[in-house]
Design a protein around this ligand. Structure first.
Ligand SMILES: C[S@@+](CC[C@H](N)C(=O)[O-])C[C@H]1O[C@@H](n2cnc3c(N)ncnc32)[C@H](O)[C@@H]1O
Length: 263
């Protein structure tokens, strides 16, 4: 079977010394080979190393997958934070009942957009820990959250406060004491990828596609003081399977947040 995590780290065509430093750091972190690219094509690198993905360190980090390029961009959180700054509400923050100072466990980091919104909602005195099973995704997005700039200062501050942990959420949840977070959130890969946002996206190539288990929800209920939230497509049967009966989300939206209250 193809190893979807198999990756080589290299530098861009016009590599600067700092790109080498970053590439070597990532190669070490991921336990992946480092190769100087020179004029070699990514295709040739893939073939030479027998891998499906190549991480390229240039001005930013890019992971080249067979389904396209994956890179961190705060754009997805940008509009939501802009609306929040204007005093508007956000369905995810409502579902989590998030307030300044709260501690959130985001079990599914993915591209990090929801984690940034949660971090903004929890504020400077709050805490967001975001978990990601795939090491390439975890390293790529953690690096983006730590270094990406040029956004509104409160967006940058929210990004910097997210703590990324590369692990399986069930393993992590099992180790947490009872009531140790205010809210626990799951945004698994959609069971039925018919929504626009769940279409062909390079994340799909790397992401862990398994459904959320009843055991994970049970653990989350033990760890959460107030709420457990699951995001799924609006018509998903996952809500019923996992016992979610209360919902938050736009009337006409094709995604919904299932909410379980602990209080
Ligand atoms: C739909 S994406 C999350 C998107 C994210 N909410 C955002 O705003 O970008 C789901 C992510 O959860 C990760 N994931 C799936 N199962 C996991 C598990 N058991 N433990 C940790 N991460 C997991 C996948 O690898 C994928 O990156």
């Amino acid at each position: 079977m193809e190893n979807k995590n198999a990756i080589v780290v290299t530098v861009g065509h016009k590599a600067k010394p700092e790109h080498f430093v970053l590439a070597r750091e990532m190669a070490e972190k991921l336990g992946a080979p480092f190769s100087e690219r020179g004029n070699t094509s990514l295709e040739a690198i893939r073939e030479r190393f027998g891998v499906s993905c190549v991480m390229v360190a240039k001005e930013k980090l890019v992971v080249d997958t067979p389904d396209g390029e994956l890179y961190f961009h705060p754009g997805m959180a940008h509009l939501r934070l802009k609306n929040l700054r204007r005093g508007e509400s956000d369905h995810l923050l409502n579902a989590l009942a998030l307030a300044e100072g709260m501690h959130v466990l985001d079990c599914t980091l993915g591209m990090g957009a929801d984690a940034i919104v949660e971090s903004f909602g929890a504020g400077e005195t709050g805490k967001v820990i975001a978990l990601e099973k795939n090491p390439v995704v975890a390293a790529l997005i953690a690096h983006g959250l730590e270094t990406s700039d040029g956004e509104h200062p409160t967006t940058v501050a929210a990004m910097r406060r997210v703590r990324v942990v590369c692990t399986d959420y069930l393993d992590y949840l099992r180790e947490q004491p009872d009531n140790s977070f205010d809210a626990v959130y799951f945004d698994p890969m959609f069971r039925h990828p018919f929504t626009e946002s769940a279409g062909i996206h390079p994340l799909r190539f790397l992401a862990d596609p398994r459904p959320v288990s009843s055991e994970a929800i049970q653990e989350a209920r033990r760890v959460a003081r107030h709420r457990v939230v699951l995001k799924e497509s609006s018509k998903s049967e996952e809500f019923a399977r996992l016992g979610f009966t209360e919902f938050e989300g736009g009337k006409y939206s094709n995604v919904r947040y299932g909410v379980m209250r602990m209080e």
